[in-house]
Design a protein around this ligand. Structure first.
Ligand SMILES: [Zn+2]
Length: 81
């Protein structure tokens, strides 16, 4: 699937809208541990149709084991500043 050329509202964004080469920041809702995931990895491992906002609850923290994280995908969606 080609990269989407348009900007998509964060609440409507799907994995397919994440820009290849960008990173998504994931922050544990419990301990605040932050991880950066390459959009490319998410595109390879997850359904391209998955809504980005549904991503957070699926992550388990490597630090404390808590399931549920906040996802910041704005940069990967083309929002800057
Ligand atoms: Zn944690």
């Amino acid at each position: 699937m080609p990269e989407s050329p348009r900007m998509v509202p964060v609440y409507l964004a799907r994995i397919a809208d994440l820009r290849v080469g960008a990173r998504v920041s994931v922050r544990c809702a419990s301990c605040g541990h932050t991880a950066e995931l390459a959009a490319m990895v998410l595109r390879e491992r997850l359904s391209l149709d998955l809504l980005v906002k549904r991503l957070g609850p699926q992550f388990r923290c490597r630090n404390c084991g808590h399931k549920g994280a906040r996802v910041n995908a704005k940069e990967a969606l083309g929002y800057y500043g």
